[in-house]
Design a protein. Structure first.
Length: 312
């Protein structure tokens, strides 16, 4: 069985290949972790290798929904510390996903990034770096930059949304520039030992959007900028593939990423059965497998999956 095989990720060893991907469950109206939320994650940590906690906003401008978790100031650190303690007690590791929502939920105006000034961009970088430091203070094992699903960094990546004419728009290198600068600033802020991941919305599946052949170049640039883990999902299409519902429906993307990557790659999307998770690993589509909605439905998904594969 591959699903229960350990994986060395930088300076930690995950006990198996099952990842709970970031999924907004939400906290209090001021963005704090609640006791209910801690219990929800604790139950799912029991047999899971890694939990990437739901997207937390890096600044109030980047907030997407009323009860979204915040990583925007130091008052949230104690609550997150209770959450990481609970996850660690179950021998699971924890990475915090950080996000800037752009204006996705408010106006659906993709073009808002085109009016951002250099000062606005500098502030976004600083906000990610400061929020990353908070995740470390809260006891996380690492931090994930959300660059998928129609949020700010996808707007920069997708040629459908990015119409800038400065160094943040146009060429692939320019469309990747902000994500790479954020990775570099985050790395400089958290030090060499902390895990830095990126959730990469690798393909829009839309005419005129991001291209498959750009994936290897993007992945290599992220690694050069300090990424230790590549977490594959969709771009403007969000977390669903409009053309496929098969288990591992982004496997074409994760395979391209994995072939270009010197660090582990996560594939998430549509996996509900242990057998399918095992086969996707065996067929070399990814190093780790994300189990989202199936793990919301069943807190014991990991336990049952590992048991069901015991004899293979
Ligand atoms: C309720 C819900 C909330 C989600 N919130 C996030 C999030 O905060 N950040 C993120 O990157 N993806 C988020 N996603 C996407 C999931 O991480 C995952 O990619 C998606 O559900 C597909 O995987 P699945 O088929 O295993 O559920 C969310 C999905 C769901 C269902």
């Amino acid at each position: 069985m591959l699903l229960n095989k350990e994986l060395k990720l930088k300076n930690i060893t995950l006990r198996n290949r099952i990842v709970m991907p970031p999924m907004a469950r939400e906290g209090s109206s001021d963005g704090k972790v609640t006791d209910n939320l801690i219990e929800y994650y604790r139950l799912r940590a029991e047999y899971t290798g890694l939990i990437i906690t739901e997207h937390a906003y890096v600044s109030i401008e980047g907030k997407s929904t009323p009860k979204q978790l915040s990583m925007a100031d130091d008052s949230v650190i104690d609550g997150f510390r209770n959450l990481t303690d609970a996850i660690h007690k179950e021998n699971c590791f924890a990475i915090a996903q950080l996000n800037h929502g752009g204006k996705e939920r408010i106006s659906r105006d993709w073009l808002n990034i085109n009016s951002m000034s250099k000062e606005d961009i500098e502030k976004v970088k600083e906000d990610f770096a400061n929020a990353a430091i908070r995740t470390k203070k809260a006891g996380f094992d690492g931090v994930e930059i959300h660059a998928a699903h129609e949020y700010l960094l996808t707007h920069f990546y997708s040629p459908l949304a990015n119409k800038r004419s400065d160094e943040y728009g146009g060429s692939l290198e320019n469309r990747l520039r902000l994500a790479n600068e954020i990775l570099q600033e985050v790395r400089a802020s958290v030090g060499e030992d902390y895990i830095v991941a990126i959730r990469f919305g690798a393909y829009d599946y839309w005419e005129g959007g991001s291209k498959l052949e750009e994936i290897p170049i993007a992945v290599k640039s992220f690694i050069d900028s300090g990424a230790d883990l590549i977490d594959i999902s969709g771009g403007l299409c969000r977390s669903r593939n409009p053309y496929s519902k098969e288990p591992g429906y982004f496997k074409e993307l994760s395979k391209i990423a994995k072939d270009a990557s010197s660090v582990p790659v996560i594939l998430t999307g549509g996996v509900k059965k242990a057998r399918d998770a095992e086969n996707l690993l065996k067929e070399g589509y990814c190093d780790l497998i994300g189990i989202g909605r199936a793990m919301i439905m069943d807190a014991e998904w990991s336990k049952k999956a590992l048991k069901s594969l015991e004899n293979i």
